[in-house]
Design a binder for this molecule. Sequence first.
Ligand SMILES: [Zn+2]
Length: 318
Amino acid sequence: MSFSSRTKAELAKERIKDDCCKIAALSALMRMSGSLQLASGSKKRLRISTESYAVTRWTIKLAKSLYHLESETLILERKRLGKNRSFAILLFGDAIERTLLDTGFLEETKEGIILGSGIPENFLQNDCCRRSFLRGAFMGGGSICNPEKGYHFEFAVASEQFAQDLCNLLNSYDLNAKIVTRKGLYVVYLKESDKITEFLALIGANGALLELENVRTEKDFTNNINRKFNCETANIKKSVNAAVRQSEMIRYLLDNGEFSKLSPELREIAELRIDNPELALAELGALLDPPLGKSGVNHRLRKLEDIALSIKRQKGDA
Ligand SMILES: [Zn+2]
């Protein structure tokens, strides 16, 4: 499951308390992924498309609890396109007209009923509804990049006005959202990892938030030691052969993306070695908490060398 799908599945389990927020969430979801259909006898139906089973269940439950809408779900296999299956949910029933108007999917004007354009004002009044609207929008069409690969979050929408309103709503929480056009769509996006984290907190996706934070800490750590390495290698005296050899293999592990896979004990000793190229093993050990004797330090550095060597062999670098 992708990071996006996992986050949506997590949110689908969260209960929305108040009706005001439920309508806000449903409204956003409908605007992101709904289209209007006219069935026989000019009865209206709303079709919602999603790739997530969790979102499918969530939508049906929401529509039922608010408006007693009936539903039908179609499963669309898309294996040939190299994608997973997706779902089309059809919502219909006596209250469909009212649902469409309450959610702002349709708007009543003097000229008659038209498709809604921006975010209806009533969903922007209370903080609870604003967050819920963002959550619904995420469920309906938000996508978030796997943090291991990079930091990117976006909503892609067809309406310029809706995109602008979404962007303003995000920025009312100081998230530095921006809009770009892509293939005829308006893409509202967040780029900074701390803003994406804040967004996840805002919509209550705490599991996803933790996952992202963990990856971020890991990356910061690796960047940090990389920086140290670049400052410190210049200080390593050529005469300290062992330290040079150890530093080189730590460099090798870093360059090959293996460093973050090491155990905390090994990373700790690696970091100390780079910080203190001039120290003997016993002195290095004294810096650890709890302190470690000379043979313990030697054992860890040996282990590091073994790992580096076996990776070199695997890659044919040895
Ligand atoms: Zn509310």
